[in-house]
Design a binder for this molecule. Structure first.
Ligand SMILES: CC(C)(COP(=O)(O)OP(=O)(O)OC[C@H]1O[C@@H](n2cnc3c(N)ncnc32)[C@H](O)[C@@H]1OP(=O)(O)O)[C@@H](O)C(=O)NCCC(=O)NCCS
Length: 185
C-alpha cells in the first residue's frame, strides 16, 4: 500500500473514493453522504485548490481509504474534513497510515494543528442522548465509548479531545472535537 495524491490516482480512483464515502459512513452516519452524487461533490471539493487530498492505494491501484484537509486560521490549523477506510479493510493500519501521512503533509505546509469534528449521531458515546448543558466539559471529561466511535481511534493517533458542540446534529447528537499538534517545537 502507498499513500498518494488522489488527484494523481486517476478517474477510476476518484470514483472509488466517492463510493467509499457512501459505504464507509452508511452504518453510523447515513445522512452524511446518502448517495454517490453527494459523495462526488465532496470529493470534487476535497480536490479543489489549496486543500490536501490523499489516497491509500493498494498494489492493484484500488483505493483502500482516503483523507482530505483544508486550511483554517491562515493555515495554522488544518481541518481533517474526510478520513475513511474501506469497511472490509478496517483495523489493518490503513487509517493510521493516512493520518501519519496527513500530519507530514500539514507540517510541510507550516501547519501547527490538525483539528476535526467527529459527530455522534448514533448513540455511540456517553455524550449522546443527554443534555450536555450547563457543563459540557464535565460530560466530556467522562466520555465513554459505546460502539466503536472513532474518537478512540484518534486518541490512539495522539489526538486530544478538544471540545464538544452539544446538539450539533439535533437534540442529543453532539459533535466531538479532536486536535493534535504537528508543530516542530
Ligand atoms: C476511523 C477509521 C478511519 C479508522 O481506520 P482503520 O484503518 O480501521 O484504523 P487502524 O487500523 O489504522 O487503527 C489504528 C489503531 O486504532 C484502533 N482503532 C481503529 N478504529 C477504532 C475504533 N473505532 N475504536 C477504537 N480503536 C480503534 C485500531 O485497533 C488500532 O489500534 P492499535 O494501534 O492499538 O492496534 C475507520 O474505522 C473508518 O473509516 N471508519 C468509518 C468512517 C469514520 O468514522 N471516519 C472518521 C470520521 S471523523
Amino acid at each position: 500500500m502507498r499513500v498518494v495524491n488522489l488527484a494523481d490516482a486517476g478517474d477510476i480512483a476518484i470514483r472509488e473514493a466517492a463510493a467509499l464515502l457512501v459505504e464507509g459512513f452508511a452504518e453510523h452516519w447515513p445522512e452524511a453522504w446518502p448517495d454517490l452524487d453527494a459523495a462526488r461533490r465532496s470529493v470534487d471539493e476535497a480536490l479543489s485548490g489549496g486543500r490536501i487530498c490523499r489516497a491509500a492505494v493498494g498494489d492493484d491501484g484500488n483505493v483502500l481509504g482516503w483523507s482530505a484537509a483544508e486550511p483554517l486560521y491562515n493555515g495554522n490549523v488544518w481541518e481533517l474534513t474526510v478520513l475513511v477506510v474501506r469497511p472490509t479493510l478496517q483495523r489493518q493500519g490503513i487509517g493510521r497510515a493516512l493520518v501519519t501521512d496527513m500530519e507530514e503533509r500539514v507540517r510541510e505546509r507550516g501547519g501547527l494543528t490538525i483539528w476535526l469534528g467527529s459527530d455522534d449521531e448514533d448513540d455511540m458515546t456517553s455524550l449522546a442522548g443527554v443534555d450536555l448543558f450547563p457543563d459540557p466539559l464535565e460530560h466530556l471529561a467522562r466520555i465513554k465509548d459505546r460502539k466503536g466511535h472513532p474518537f478512540e481511534f484518534y486518541r490512539k493517533m495522539g489526538f486530544s479531545i478538544a471540545g464538544v458542540l452539544p446538539d450539533a446534529n439535533g437534540l442529543g447528537k453532539p459533535d466531538i472535537f479532536l486536535a493534535k499538534s504537528v508543530a516542530r517545537r
